[in-house]
Design a protein around this ligand. Structure first.
Ligand SMILES: O=C(O)CCC(=O)C(=O)O
Ligand SMILES: [Fe+2]
Length: 342
C-alpha cells in the first residue's frame, strides 16, 4: 500500500485544501491534534480497560498490552459494558470538539460546523482479525449528508501492523452509496470495490503517529488494516462533523452503542465537572431525519441466508444477535435458523 499524502502544507490555504479533498477524497494531517491531550486521554482510557481486566497484569497500562484470552468487539455485551465506561469520560467527548479539528473542518467546508453528538472510539484487540473493519462507505452507518466529514485519529502511535485506517484514493467520485453486504467485521457491512470498474485500486495508508488525523467525506471508501501485533490493543477516535445547517440522522443524536442496556446521556454526564458540552446540540434547531434501516436490514437478511448454508461468520453474527437481545425480532429469526439446523 502506498503512503497517504500529507496536507500540513495546505493547512492555512482553504482553496488548496478543498481542491485536494475534491480530487483525492481525503486529507491527511500529521500531528494535527495536540499530542498531550491524546496522551492524557489514552491514559484515562487504558485505566478503564485495566479495571475491566483487558490489560495484562504487571504491564504499564499506557502500552495497551492486552490480557491473553480476552477478546471481544462491537456487538458483544462484554464489549459494550467496558466501552460505556470509556464513553463516560468527559475528555473523550471534549477531544471531539478540540479547536484543531473544528478549525480544520470549518476551513474544508467553508462554514460553521457541528461535531455530531455521537462520538465513537474503537478498542480493537490483537489476533482478532476476523473482526477488522471491512471496506465500506460511512454513509451507510452515519447517514445525514454526503458532505459529512469523518475524522479518524489513533490515540497513540499506530504503525501499520497495529491496524490503522486505509482509504481508496478518489473513491468519493463514485458519487453514490454502493451496494454493501453482510460482513463479520465492525459495522457488519462491506462493499467490494472490484465490482466497480471506475474505482482505482490505489489504497493508501501510513504508519500513524499520535495526533495524526485522516479526514474524509461520507462516500470515500475505506477500511481498517488488521491488528497483526502479538499483544497490543489499537485504540482510536472516529468522529463526524456536519454543516450546522445540514440535517442529521436521528441515531447520531444518541450515544454510540446505546441500544445495549439503554445507555443514556444522563448516565454519561453523571461525573462530569463541566456542563458546557452536555446536550449542546439541543438549542441548535437541527433538522432530524429518520434513520434509514435498509442497509443493516439487507445485511442481516444476507447473514440469515448465509447461516442457513452453514457459513461460520454468519452463524457467529446471529449468535451475537441472540445474546444481545433474545426478545428482538432479529433474534427470533436467528433462533429459527439454529433450531432448523439441530
Ligand atoms: O477504526 C476503525 O476500525 C473503523 C473506523 C472507520 O471506519 C471510520 O472512522 O469511519
Ligand atoms: Fe468508516
Amino acid at each position: 500500500m502506498k503512503e497517504l499524502e500529507v496536507s500540513n502544507d495546505c493547512l492555512h490555504d482553504k482553496q488548496r485544501l478543498r481542491q485536494r479533498m475534491a480530487s483525492d477524497g481525503y486529507l491527511f494531517f500529521r500531528r494535527l491534534i495536540d499530542a498531550q491531550r491524546l496522551l492524557d486521554l489514552r491514559a484515562q482510557m487504558m485505566a478503564v480497560l485495566q479495571a475491566a481486566g483487558w490489560i495484562k497484569a504487571g504491564t504499564n497500562p499506557t502500552l495497551g498490552i492486552a490480557t491473553e484470552g480476552v477478546q471481544c468487539t462491537e456487538g458483544d455485551l462484554e464489549y459494550s459494558d467496558v466501552y460505556h465506561q470509556v464513553y463516560r469520560l468527559q475528555s473523550f467527548h471534549e477531544t471531539g470538539h478540540c479547536r484543531e479539528i473544528m478549525e480544520t473542518v470549518e476551513k474544508i467546508q467553508g462554514c460553521p460546523m457541528l461535531a455530531q453528538p455521537q462520538k465513537v472510539a474503537r478498542l480493537w484487540f490483537p489476533n482478532y482479525t476476523h473482526h477488522t473493519t471491512p471496506t465500506h462507505q460511512d454513509f451507510v452507518h452515519f447517514q445525514g449528508s454526503y458532505d459529512n466529514l469523518t475524522c479518524w485519529s489513533p490515540i497513540g502511535d499506530c504503525p501499520r501492523e497495529l491496524g490503522g485506517l486505509a482509504v481508496l484514493k478518489g473513491s468519493h467520485k463514485i458519487a453514490t452509496v454502493l451496494d454493501h453486504h453482510f460482513s463479520l467485521g465492525a459495522g457488519s457491512l462491506h462493499l467490494d470495490p472490484a465490482h466497480h470498474d471506475d474505482l482505482s485500486d490505489e489504497w493508501l495508508t501510513t504508519d500513524y503517529e499520535i495526533g495524526d488525523t485522516l479526514i474524509f467525506p461520507a462516500l470515500t471508501i475505506h477500511k481498517a488494516l488488521p491488528n497483526l501485533t502479538d499483544d497490543q490493543l489499537r485504540i482510536s477516535l472516529d468522529n463526524r462533523y456536519q454543516r450546522q445547517t445540514d440535517p442529521i440522522a436521528e441515531h447520531m443524536l444518541q450515544p454510540h452503542l446505546n441500544i445495549f442496556k439503554n445507555f443514556t446521556w444522563e448516565q454519561i454526564y453523571e461525573n462530569w465537572t463541566d456542563d458546557r458540552l452536555q446536550y449542546y446540540w439541543k438549542s441548535l434547531g437541527l433538522q432530524v431525519l429518520p434513520r434509514i434501516m435498509d442497509y443493516l436490514e439487507k445485511g442481516f437478511d444476507e447473514a440469515i441466508k448465509l447461516a442457513q448454508k452453514g457459513d461460520p461468520d454468519a452463524k457467529l453474527h446471529l449468535r451475537r444477535t441472540i445474546e444481545r437481545d433474545p426478545e428482538s425480532p432479529q433474534a427470533h429469526r436467528a433462533m429459527l435458523v439454529f433450531s432448523k439446523q439441530l
